[in-house]
Design a protein around this ligand. Sequence first.
Ligand SMILES: NC(=O)c1ccc[n+]([C@@H]2O[C@H](COP(=O)([O-])OP(=O)(O)OC[C@H]3O[C@@H](n4cnc5c(N)ncnc54)[C@H](O)[C@@H]3O)[C@@H](O)[C@H]2O)c1
Length: 373
Amino acid sequence: MFWFIENDKWGECVTAISDLQKGGSGLFVLLDENTRKYCLPRLIQRMKLPAGYKVLEIPPGESYKTLETAMTLWARLLASGADRQSVLINLGGGVICDMGGFVASVYQRGIRFFHIPTTLLAQVDASIGGKTGVDFFGYKNQLGLFSKAEGVIIDPGFLETLGGDQFRSGWGEVVKMALVMDEGLWGEIRERGTGIGERGTGNGEQGSGIGELGTGNGERGSGIGEVIRRVAELKMSVVERDYRETGLRKILNFGHTVGHALETLYLEKGRALLHGDAVAAGIVCESILSVKAGLLSRDIFEDIREYMAGHFPAIHYTLEEIPKLTDIMRHDKKNRGGNILFTLLSAIGKGETDQAVSGEQLTSSLTEYLTSF
Ligand SMILES: NC(=O)c1ccc[n+]([C@@H]2O[C@H](COP(=O)([O-])OP(=O)(O)OC[C@H]3O[C@@H](n4cnc5c(N)ncnc54)[C@H](O)[C@@H]3O)[C@@H](O)[C@H]2O)c1
């Protein structure tokens, strides 16, 4: 089930969760320090949680998306008497959704879970499509399973407390979706131009809000709520047709092969890098690759580059680190037969999956990013 909350209409999803809970043995809410502070009060206000629900809190951030954290959560579920009728609500960003989905799916061979995504990135992407998991040995999402949430509740109201950097990070996935699937949305993004850029100040302060962008009750494209709904629906339409990523779903990996390699490099160096910023850099590098592969025109690439440069930070790596990055990409789950496979662009709104590129093309694209961005 999927609920997109407008005008605070939580009724139907509250009923669905409490129906599941009837005669059940425990409701657990997984959250992190920030979502406890900023999102739990809203959840409690919107939804009457049953007495005796238990909160499972983990520290915020990608560095806790690990098997060790999962183990502590399984231990806590066990100690709290959770059984197969228990229900887990994942209240947070992509880390909480990925981790919570994984923990719930493995505990006692699977308990039911709901996602209530609270970042833009999680609302348009991470909460949809059943991918759950944790990072392992420094590699992103190496352990996990496909497992569907019982329901996903998207309430843009949660974004009111989201910092500007986090908002920009989610916007990276919005841009990706437009580039691979929706030329019209790209046009709107280009026109809107400022809306998000003004938010990307890099200071990560809380409370910058979505007020300036509206809450999505206006006409298409005028409010962030409507953009979220549109991108979430695009993702759902892909996932419905190719849940296990054997074909069409690979289209969503545009920007992610390079993006994940950058995230892995930064994780290794102990430096923070937001997922959407890594994906944004990946979008630029993989657009360069698309040009080098003869798929995309330089003019379209320039249009993409200009937008990305105006709205996302340059991600730093050195020329000496390029072999390391290509090496990380060789470990990517999506590769086959020793080839690094990419989703590239042939036009705005048109992704091309399973494109093998040479090591030389990859190295020169990563080099060009450093000089052109
Ligand atoms: N499963 C998928 O299909 C999928 C898709 C894309 C990304 N991901 C994963 O998602 C993760 C990134 O997700 P993310 O960007 O949401 O990061 P995140 O979950 O770390 O959240 C970012 C930060 O925002 C805070 N936060 C969350 N909601 C808030 C709110 N409403 N107000 C204030 N602060 C809030 C969090 O505590 C955290 O510090 C990565 O691990 C990535 O691999 C998964």
